[in-house]
Ligand binder design. Structure first.
Ligand SMILES: [Zn+2]
Length: 104
């Protein structure tokens, strides 16, 4: 399935709307993804191809998770490490992932 066909991302009880858009720069910062807690939206730069877009979505997921569970202080490097770790976990352990889904 194309990553662009995924329209929502559930983080805990919150359903975030996913939008593939041009993300405006803020000052000298440019962004590949942004999460907006107040309006429950995740914006992903539409210029990205599948793999970086997938990584960006997982990255924003971890920001949302930290926000939801009150993990206030975290760095972008920590979020990147968690994102890479969970992507590798899912890709390297398909049977365990399937079992986790079935036990839900
Ligand atoms: Zn980030």
């Amino acid at each position: 399935m194309s990553i662009r066909k995924i329209k929502t991302l559930k983080i805990g009880p919150v359903k975030y709307k996913m939008l593939h858009v041009d993300i405006p720069a803020e000052g000298d910062k440019t962004f590949l993804g942004r999460i907006y807690y107040d309006k429950a939206e995740i914006h992903v730069a539409k210029s990205m191809v599948e793999q970086p877009a997938m990584f960006t979505i997982v990255h924003e997921f971890f920001h949302g998770l930290c926000h939801l569970y009150g993990i206030g202080k975290h760095t972008e490097n920590q979020i990147d490490a968690l994102s890479l770790g969970v992507i590798e976990f899912i890709q390297n352990n398909p049977q365990l992932v399937k079992t986790i889904q079935e036990l839900k």
